[in-house]
Design a protein around this ligand. Structure first.
Ligand code: NDP
Ligand code: 2IT
Length: 444
């Protein structure tokens, strides 16, 4: 059996009931085959692949908190410190009822290669809890965040592990967690990113993932002789990534005709009204029915359906495995030109293959959504030098980083004989830097 197949079998055997983790590992290992085969003896001897698929440390903990009725609730807390070869662990905290160890491991594994692609010195990690902030009062969210950080603060620090936002973790949650970290550790340091602007946050971090997605998409289209201007775009999700992807797409002259949430989706042929969407989602924390109620041109549909709309560019920005083979077939039948992932692993493996085989330009999340974590690393730099950069400064660095990421993966794909295969290009470019750093640092 080849080294890649051996290691993949080991991952499945040693990590039962973690299908998302298996999927993420499979995607990476499959596209590394050519690189691994060229260095097989050295990698095998050092057990490089076995080490890269095994987290350096996994922290699982109890999170007890008291709800508004006086009832004690208990959630599971996770932090997976996956790989610190190129920098301190870095990655978000997901708060969603679906969270389990396998999901955090898939996200942490992806984060290793994503963070490497940014060109910045950050290792890979991810955490979260099965707590659902939806429908909770601010006091309940604070009680949860404080309890979560009371335990997590023992394992993180500005030079050790720097968590940030993800699904369900936004500015409010980061604020409560930062306050608790400071109180317990008596340290005012950049231990979290995505902080508020009054206490060490970076301008443009809120916008960074969505904006970065569009900067990369724009460059990819340009290099293929096309242009984002004038394109029709479908977006799924209506959270942090989706909102700022829609905003930048419209600024660049595209028309965004859909958004969604976990209960339904909007088709707005006149183009999504981003200010209204922000009011509904960021201020009122309401459902998309409120968007439809306030806008004549918007049609609201229950359930799933964003990918049935005929568009040039599709940007999945909600969650994992939200674009399956049937969706890919519909998109192709409707003539989609490009799919770029704003979310982490939103496209199933079968759907990815189908899109690629049918000539759709496909950029995986670990490259396309890296603008968020890249700007988090810029926030860390600002915290270290105790200075704040202007919006324009951060935004222009973000733009440069996203353009560089695209060229790095495009070049890697070409170099290894897979021109246009951006999945392979991203995995190879991300992997090589981490592998070299791991090799240089010995067996640790
Ligand atoms: P938010 O919590 O701000 O928004 C998530 C959006 O996705 C909401 O509209 C939510 O709907 C929807 N959603 C979440 N889970 C599901 C589900 N199981 N089924 C259907 N819809 C769902 O999260 P973000 O925008 O921050 O994150 C979106 C994606 O982007 C995630 O994959 C995340 O890992 C990834 N990402 C985020 C980055 C960041 O900086 N925030 C950086 C890089 C990647 P509802 O409100 O109804 O639950
Ligand atoms: O998936 C991701 O890259 C994030 N949720 C952002 C992580 C970060 O540390 O900013």
């Amino acid at each position: 059996m080849s080294y890649v197949d051996e290691v993949f079998s080991m991952v499945v055997e040693k990590n039962p009931s973690q299908p998302e983790f298996h999927q993420a590992v499979k995607e990476v290992l499959e596209s590394l085959r050519v690189v691994i085969e060229a260095n097989e003896d050295a990698y095998r001897k050092d057990a490089l692949l076995e080490r890269i698929v095994t987290p350096e440390r996994q922290i699982l903990f109890r999170v007890p908190w008291v709800d508004d009725k006086g009832q004690v609730q208990v959630n599971n807390g996770f932090r997976v410190q996956f790989n610190s070869a190129i920098g301190p662990y870095k990655g978000g905290l997901r708060l969603h009822p679906s969270v389990n160890l396998g999901i955090i491991k898939f996200l942490g594994f992806e984060q290793i290669f994503k963070n490497s692609l940014t060109g910045l010195p950050i290792g890979g990690g991810k955490g979260g809890s099965d707590f659902d902030p939806k429908g909770k009062s601010d006091r309940e969210v604070m009680a949860f965040c404080q309890s979560f950080m009371t335990e997590l603060c023992k394992y993180i620090g500005a030079d050790t592990d720097v968590p940030a936002g993800d699904i369900g973790t936004g500015a409010r949650e980061i604020g409560y967690m930062f306050g608790q970290y400071k109180k317990i550790r008596n340290l005012y340091e950049g231990v979290l990113t995505g902080k508020g602007l009054t206490y060490g946050g970076s301008l443009a971090r809120t916008e960074a993932t969505g904006y970065g997605l569009l900067y990369l998409t724009e460059e990819m289209l340009k290099c293929n002789g096309s242009d984002i201007k004038g394109k029709t775009v479908s977006i799924s999700g209506s959270g942090n990534v989706a909102i700022y992807a829609a905003q930048k797409a419209e600024q660049l002259g595209a028309k965004v005709v859909t958004v969604s949430d976990s209960t339904g989706w909007i088709y707005d042929p006149e183009g999504i009204d981003v200010e209204l969407l922000k009011e509904v989602k960021e201020v009122k924390r309401a459902r998309l029915t409120e968007y439809a109620a306030a806008r004549k041109s918007a049609q609201y549909h229950e359930g799933k359906g964003v990918w049935t709309v005929k568009v040039d560019v599709a940007l999945p920005c909600a969650t994992q495995n939200e674009l399956n083979l049937d969706d890919a077939k519909t998109l192709v039948a409707n003539g989609v030109y490009a799919v770029c992932e704003g979310a982490n692993m939103p496209t199933t493996l079968e759907a990815t293959q189908y899109l690629q085989q049918n000539g759709v330009k496909f950029v995986p999340g670990k490259a396309a959504n890296a603008g968020g974590v890249a700007t988090s690393a810029l926030e860390m730099s600002q915290n270290s030098e105790r200075l704040s950069w202007t919006f324009e400064e951060v935004d222009s660095k973000l733009q440069t980083i996203m353009v560089n990421i695209f060229h790095n993966l495009d070049d890697a794909a070409k170099k290894y004989g897979m021109a246009g295969n951006y999945v392979a290009g991203a995995n190879i470019a991300g992997f090589l830097k981490v592998a070299e750093a791991m090799t240089a640092q010995g067996i640790v």
